[in-house]
Design a protein around this ligand. Structure first.
Ligand SMILES: [Zn+2]
Length: 295
């Protein structure tokens, strides 16, 4: 990974999307705000990164503002994580948005997530879902209105739950087909229509592993706009059942002691990792926690 100092500019590809961030005001400290200067639009085009008329801008209400452009990922894939240079000699780097927290500060990450989510919604709500007429932005509000029937559209947020289940000092972790390599994580899934968050947590654990849970307690939340989720994290106690993989999503699952966690677990910035750290903090030794935090 290129260090912050070497990287003056950064763009964030995600599948077929490209997100560009830039500062609203002149940076006082270039080293702390390496996203200040960006390649000009024409330069991005000459590199094959941005197509004309694809750029969208959103105010973010912070000192940063975002600009999102949409491109096909086939143009981005060969460029990711390789230092690039514009015709004026400015260096920049395309990084995966999932890895952004490694190189961006929390405010930049928040803006990146917000801009991505809004850009996704903007693209997905060009026409009215009721009458199919074009939608138009409402001024002063992040919403759109149908030019014909007046129906409104707000950015869609999809609630999801993620839950850490503990049985006699061991944590339930599963390897899902969604995850690459041998990664194990706590169980997660989208909330269904008519469910409470707690009911969704209980259903997901039951469906995926055949385990029933009790004492479901809310811990924290995290926006996860890949593309539109909001994760609500819970802890829970084992109530009954034995592990039985009932869902084709899960390849394997087991109970893990704090000192015997799988080698591959979610990255540090994810709420899944926070749940795992919380478990080790509550049920492990100080050495177990230290080992985990130094990974
Ligand atoms: Zn309409």
């Amino acid at each position: 990974m290129t260090s912050r100092e070497e990287r003056r500019l950064a763009l964030f590809p995600d599948n077929w999307n490209l997100l560009v961030l830039e500062k609203k005001e002149a940076a006082r400290d270039q080293a702390r705000h390496p996203l200040h200067e960006l390649p000009r639009e024409e330069e991005l085009r000459s590199l094959g990164i941005v197509s004309p008329d694809s750029a969208l801008e959103f105010p973010s209400g912070s000192s940063l503002r975002g600009r999102a452009s949409f491109v096909d990922r086939q143009y981005l894939a060969p460029l990711v994580d390789r230092p690039l240079r514009t015709s004026e000699g400015d260096r920049f780097l395309l990084i995966s948005r999932r890895n952004a927290p490694d190189t961006m500060d929390p405010e930049e990450c928040t803006v990146a997530n917000r801009v991505f989510h809004l850009a996704y919604w903007d693209r997905a709500s060009r026409f009215c879902g009721t009458c199919a007429a074009p939608m138009e932005m409402i001024s002063g509000e992040m919403a759109k209105q149908c030019s014909a029937c007046g129906a409104t559209s707000y950015p869609r947020i999809s609630p999801a739950v993620i839950v850490a289940v503990v049985r006699q000092g061991k944590l339930l972790l599963a390897h899902s087909r969604r995850h690459s390599g041998k990664m194990y994580s706590v169980l997660a899934g989208f909330v269904e229509a008519g469910e409470t968050l707690e009911q969704a947590a209980a259903r997901e654990v039951q469906e995926e592993c055949g385990i029933t849970i009790k004492n479901v307690r809310y811990l924290a939340s995290q926006p996860w706009p890949f593309p539109t989720a909001l994760m609500a994290a819970f802890t829970a106690d084992y109530a009954g059942g034995e592990i039985a993989l009932q869902d084709e999503e899960i390849v394997s699952a087991d109970w893990f002691a704090p000192g015997e966690l799988p080698r591959e677990i979610p990255d540090a910035y994810s709420i899944a990792r926070r749940l795992i750290e919380r478990f080790v903090s509550d049920h492990g030794t100080p050495q177990d926690l230290q080992r985990l935090l130094s990974r």
